[in-house]
Design a protein around this ligand. Sequence first.
Ligand code: ADP
Ligand code: MG
Length: 589
Amino acid sequence: MQSRLPIIIFAAVMAAIPFVPGMPPFWIVLLDNIGLAALVAMGLVLLTGVGGLTSFGQAAFVGFGAYTTAVLTTSYGLSPWLTLPLSLVVSGSLAVLLGLVTVRLSGHYLPLGTLAWGLGLFYLFSKLEFLGRNDGISAIPPLSIGTFKMLSPGSIYYAIWVAVIVSALLTMNLLDSRTGRAIRALRRGHVAAEAFGVHTPRAKLLVFIHAAVLAGLSGWLYAHLQRAVNPTPFGAQAGIEYLFIAVVGGAGYVWGGVLGAAIVVVLKEVLQSYLPLILPGSGQVETIVFGIMLVALLQLAPGGLWPWLISFLPEATRGKKPDTSLKLEQRTRSPGQSSILLQVEKARKQFGGVVAVNNVSFDVQAREIVALIGPNGAGKSTTFNLITGVLSATSGSISVLGKKVDNAPPQEIVKLGISRTFQHVKLVPDMTVLENVAIGAHLRGHSGPISSMLRLDRADEAKLLAEAARQIERVGLADQMHQLAGSLSLGQQRIVEIARALCVDPMLLLLDEPAAGLRHMEKQQLAKLLRDLRDGGMSVLLVEHDMGFVMNLADRIVVLDFGTKIAEGTPATIKTNPEVIKAYLGVAA
Ligand code: ADP
Ligand code: MG
């Protein structure tokens, strides 16, 4: 958990600013605008920087917030405080609608989709009669507390900055939680997150809603600052500008949104006021200079200015080691359960003309280490993907503890106690080892987004982190617990993936080339760990090319070649099987 001191200092400074003698009133106006933009940018930080979903359409949600209060206060005489929750609900609900459609788009289609609704909604604002068409709505009442009316930029200043600071705190709390880790895992693709039970469309929708509600809050404040609204500030150009703000500030950082807003608002203001003095009669030059300066800023600090600035600060103190005495509930297994954990029957997977897995059958028993070997392209990883629900089989069936699980999604497979690692490591590189491993315990925690924001999740969270820490110690990476996963060697990252898979409390562990990139000693440690796990009651199915490692470790070996099972047996029989030697071992020798 981060220290709250910097935020308290920041809040105190912001509270004192209006009292500074001789403070030009115009600066307060600028600070109001910075706060409003910061709220929107903060949502984009979560959406784009953290969740990897680029949106050009956030200005439309600002519009929803602003128009909701404009209509309800002017046409229906509602008090502005009453319209606040309504503005947020309207923005949030429309985010659900637009999100449901947009979130399923991928690649370039997602930003294009948001741009499309950004443009569309702008025209809607300017065409609807009850929204005042292009003229908009005026005579919006000011915010007031008792008889005190926030008529000046200096008085609404506090409302704006309280909103910014509270939103920043809630957003940071959200990121630093079970739900936050699920959101942060989205950027690494959905496969890894889903393998640990994260419902990725739901997580994406959640960040959409969060970002839209922040934008709606900004719009609500904007309407009561300006006391009038019209469609112009809610168009696609504003949407692009908000994205700019988030990127310049540092799109992965909550405070990057605030910093980006400050830079962009001030820069635009300075250029608009001073450039005409230097270059008289030049109408649009400031737009060009503004663009050039932003590009220069991004050259200087490609990840945004916030991470660049904090890189100059002394290295933050390392995270605290979680209290490993806290325990999560263990999976209960009835002794009567079938001794065949996994049964693969005639599994087949075709990719167009390629038969990657060709009617393969094998099983994994309780307390058994089974190795799946074969040349590159033999279909080993595809078999893993069929078992774990990443791919659905063309035909054949897969049963867990005697129950067919054909076509179950990964989130259901992991619930049955089957967890896995990936041949191509799928960790979130800018999360710590501890946070990455804690994703493995996702299904064993219960806190949702609201309780996380309000910090009511701490007991649950402490148990999850304790479990993660215990598994990290178990695989021998205790010293790396607080390092960023991306800073570890590839071999170590594979071990981190094993710790993450162990957090599931699995009955069967699927490891895809776990020893690749490990040194001799590390391989021996890994072999010992896997034996200990088996002796503790777990089963392991692993793919591995190091034959010395496999032959010493596996109880049973299944050999694939061109998608077909060519042999199965103990290491001793496999070693001498002529077909295996011809297809695979011979090549290695
Ligand atoms: P292995 O893990 O044994 O090296 P894979 O299971 O990764 O082999 O691949 C088996 C075959 O299936 C290969 O020919 C590979 O090119 C093909 N394949 C794997 N995944 C896909 C995919 N998503 N789309 C098309 N072909 C694939
Ligand atoms: Mg593979």
